[in-house]
Every structure is written in structure tokens, then in C-alpha cells.
Ligand binder design. Structure first.
Ligand code: IMP
Length: 423
């Protein structure tokens, strides 16, 4: 059976966790292929709220094997803590499988993430300060330390010493910080190695065998298309490829193994951190979206910037990921507005755009071209059949389908698992 990919079609926080958890009911494997504990997945199961950052959302289904692929960066302390928290709440996380080739987030990555951001001042990216960027920097500089190195203490200590020789120079000379001690870090990590060992495996082979055995494999993207290192609003992006193209490299399978790409998009749009955002609402409407939508980050608690749905960006996400259907979330947040706006293009002093502009400057300078549609006043959170939605809500959904050219297959009207309409 070809695999399914769930990707964020905006700047992250689209509600992928809820959609993945819902789809995981029929999945055998739920696989993360990029990112680390910068991702926040909030899932509500029977009034219980789970906030996961590293372990795939599928862990809440006891028939699912959650997998963390080689394209991820792993902070082992966070992994163990998240497993312990799940266990204390009655969820058995012992089925988790972790790639031997995933890179480790080290304490100096976290420290550098924080001081580099401070150093950037007004140009800062607004990272989650979890060490994600510096860990990927080391991966591509070929000076990273991988999960498998934890099981060879001599090599681990050697690699750590070499890394710290450079990092300590950066910390002390460039950023005026105290140096870090390799021995202490090695002891701490090698102790965690023993606890992590039972979960480590060749995850590429695991997924290859699963696909050959006709298992249902679901890839769970973290962050979103517009935060992709190649296709996002660089440099205000994360340091990996959350787009569907990241799956092949991030787990080690070929493109022919993927048969379905589900793009998750909120009925409006939000972003955390810095960077351009054409439809941002710096007014009472934006404020209302934050309040009603509970738009505060799962990882950092930061207030998210909110704005009207941007179908220029959404069509871009459809193209970049090969999205075959959309899961449309938080439609309930748009209830009780007299009218709603949808961006269908951008206008700058030079030109109008119906495709995502190739020159990023345009995103700062442009005005969105809006189509305005009537809102609805009914509370829709208890509705479970598409036909029962108010006509204006259905018209809104169907207009978005027309504008982006792919079907909206799922509509989410609340955080609970059950608050999901299959269209
Ligand atoms: P980093 O991934 O911590 O390096 O942060 C880079 C950018 O991605 C910042 O703007 C973060 O706010 C954003 N970011 C990272 N992870 C998420 C996420 O899961 N949701 C939304 N934004 C994210």
C-alpha cells in the first residue's frame, strides 16, 4: 500500500497533530522525517490534552508504531522525558523506533541557538531556541554526532571533543559565553544512551519492510511549507525540509512509495517568529482569531500572529508538495464574523501576482487582493455532517477548493478527535 504524507500547508501550527492522530486510527506506522522538538502537536483525546514535541502524534493509538527517522534531530533528554510523561498518563511509548542515523541535539546547540538569536537583535529569526538550526548546521558541515555514536563511547567522546574545540571558541570569543566541558556532557549523554538503546533501529529498513508487507504508513511533517529551508520564506524558516520532498531523504525511501499527500491548512493563517506575512491582521479581528483560536505556541507559549486565509500561499503549497487533498482545520474559529476575507492575489506598486512571488521583497511590500464573503453566526463545533454546516460555511469551504484546485476532504470544527467532518 503506498504511503500517505501529512504536511503543513502554511507556517506550521495548522493542526497537523489532530489530523495525524485522526488518520492514525487506521495506520500501522506514523513517521517523523524532519525537525525535532521545535514542533508542537496538541492532541485532545476524551478531554485529555497531550502536547507532544518529538514523538509522532500516532503514539496515542496503541496499534501504531511511532518512528523518528534519520532526517530528524533528537534531543535525547527530551525524548526520554516525553516517553516518561506519556507513561505516567497511561500511554505505553515502548513501541517508539528511532533511526540510528538521526543527529543529536547537543547542549552547545541549544546554547548557540539562544546566543546567536540574541546577537541578531532586530534581525532575529524567532527560533524555538531548542538547538535545531545549530544541530542541522553541524549535520551539513559533517561535524554532527549521530544516535549511533552513543553506542561507541570512545568515538562519542572523540567527536564531542573535536566539536567542542570549535564550539567553545565560538561561545567564548564570538559570544562572550563560558566554555562547555566535554566530560560532563559525555557522561550525561552516555548514561542516556543505555535508556535509548532498545528503541534504536534501521528505520529505513523498518519502513521498507512495512511497505512490502502492505502496512499503512503515515508520514507526519512538522512545521509547514512556508517554513521549509528551500521553499519557505528564507531566512525566517526552520533548518529542514518539512515539505513532502523531505520524506525520501528523511527516512530513506523512494518517491514511488508515496501515493497520497494531505495538506493541512487552517481556515485562516498564523505564524510564530519573524518574517513576512502579507495577510497579517494587526487589529481586533486578528486579536479575536488569537483568542478564539487559542493561538499560542505549544512549544514556546508565544502568541501567534494571525491573518486571513491566503490562497496564493496555499496554491504554492499544493504545488510544492503535490498535495492531493486538504484537511481544513479550525473552521469553527471563523464563526460569528459578519464577513470573511480570502486573499486571492497580491498587488505591489509594480505588478499584481497570482502566484507566490519569486522575489521575497514583494511579500513585505504587497497588499493582498481580497475576495470578501459573508460569514455565519451559528456555533458549528457540534456538527459532524458536512451538509449540516451553515450554507455560508459550506460556500467558504467550496470557494477555497475552487481557488486552490484540490478537494477539501476533511473539515475540523474543534480540537477533539470527534470534532472532524469527512466531506
Ligand atoms: P527553529 O525551527 O527553532 O529553528 O525556528 C525557526 C522558525 O520556525 C521560527 O520562526 C519558529 O517560530 C518556527 N517554527 C519552528 N517550529 C515550529 C512549529 O512547529 N510551528 C510553527 N512554527 C515553528
Amino acid at each position: 500500500m503506498p504511503a500517505t504524507v501529512v504536511v503543513g500547508a502554511q507556517w506550521g501550527d495548522e493542526g497537523k497533530g489532530k489530523i495525524t492522530d485522526h488518520m492514525a486510527e487506521s495506520a500501522d506506522f506514523v513517521v517523523r522525517y524532519q525537525g525535532g522538538n521545535n514542533a508542537g502537536h496538541t492532541i485532545v483525546v476524551e478531554d485529555e490534552r497531550f502536547a507532544l514535541t518529538l514523538i509522532p502524534s500516532g503514539v496515542l493509538n496503541d496499534t501504531v508504531t511511532p518512528v523518528i527517522g534519520n532526517g530528524c534531530v533528537i534531543d535525547p533528554a527530551v525524548l526520554l522525558e516525553e516517553m516518561a510523561t506519556l507513561k505516567s498518563r497511561g500511554i505505553d511509548p515502548s513501541g517508539v523506533r528511532i533511526s540510528n542515523n538521526a543527529h543529536l541535539i547537543m547542549p552547545y546547540h541549544r546554547r548557540l541557538d539562544a546566543v546567536m538569536e540574541r546577537f541578531l537583535g532586530r534581525q532575529q529569526i524567532g527560533t524555538t531556541k531548542r538547538g535545531i538550526g545549530p544541530a542541522y548546521t553541524d549535520k551539513f558541515a559533517r561535524s554532527g554526532i549521530r544516535v549511533q555514536d552513543l553506542f561507541d563511547p570512545k568515538i562519542f567522546r572523540q567527536k564531542l571533543e573535536v566539536a567542542l574545540r570549535e564550539k567553545n571558541l565560538m561561545l567564548t570569543k564570538a559570544y562572550n559565553q563560558l566554555p562547555m566541558e566535554p566530560g560532563t556532557i559525555a557522561d550525561e549523554y552516555l548514561e542516556m544512551a543505555e535508556q535509548i538503546k532498545p528503541y534504536v533501529t534501521d528505520t529505513s529498513l523498518l519502513i521498507w519492510n512495512a511497505l512490502r508487507a502492505d502496512k499503512n504508513v503515515l508520514f507526519e511533517g512538522a512545521q509547514g511549507t512556508l517554513l521549509d529551508i528551500d521553499h519557505g520564506t528564507y531566512p525566517f524558516v526552520t533548518s529542514s525540509n518539512p515539505t513532502a520532498g523531505g520524506v525520501g531523504a528523511g527516512i530513506g525511501i523512494g518517491p514511488m512509495e508515496i501515493g497520497r499527500v494531505v495538506g493541512v491548512a487552517k481556515a485562516y493563517i498564523s505564524r510564530v517568529g519573524s518574517g513576512p506575512f502579507p495577510t497579517e491582521l494587526d487589529d481586533k479581528i486578528g486579536e479575536r482569531m488569537v483568542e478564539i483560536g487559542g493561538e499560542f505556541g505549544t512549544v514556546t507559549g508565544r502568541r501567534r500572529r494571525c491573518g486571513w486565509l491566503d490562497t496564493v500561499a496555499l496554491r504554492y503549497a499544493v504545488r510544492i508538495n503535490g498535495i492531493s487533498e486538504i484537511a481544513f482545520t479550525k473552521l469553527d474559529v471563523l464563526s460569528h464574523f459578519d464577513s470573511l476575507k480570502i486573499a486571492v492575489g497580491y498587488r505591489s506598486h509594480e505588478a499584481t501576482y497570482d502566484e507566490f512571488p519569486r522575489q521575497q521583497r514583494v511579500l513585505y511590500d504587497c497588499e493582498p487582493i481580497y475576495q470578501e464573503v459573508p460569514g455565519w453566526s451559528e456555533d458549528i463545533t457540534a456538527i459532524r455532517n458536512y451538509e449540516d454546516l451553515p450554507k455560508n460555511a459550506r460556500d467558504y469551504v467550496e470557494l477555497v477548493e475552487d481557488l486552490v484546485g484540490v478537494p477539501i476532504a476533511t473539515v475540523s470544527v474543534g480540537p477533539a478527535r470527534s470534532a472532524t467532518i469527512l466531506k
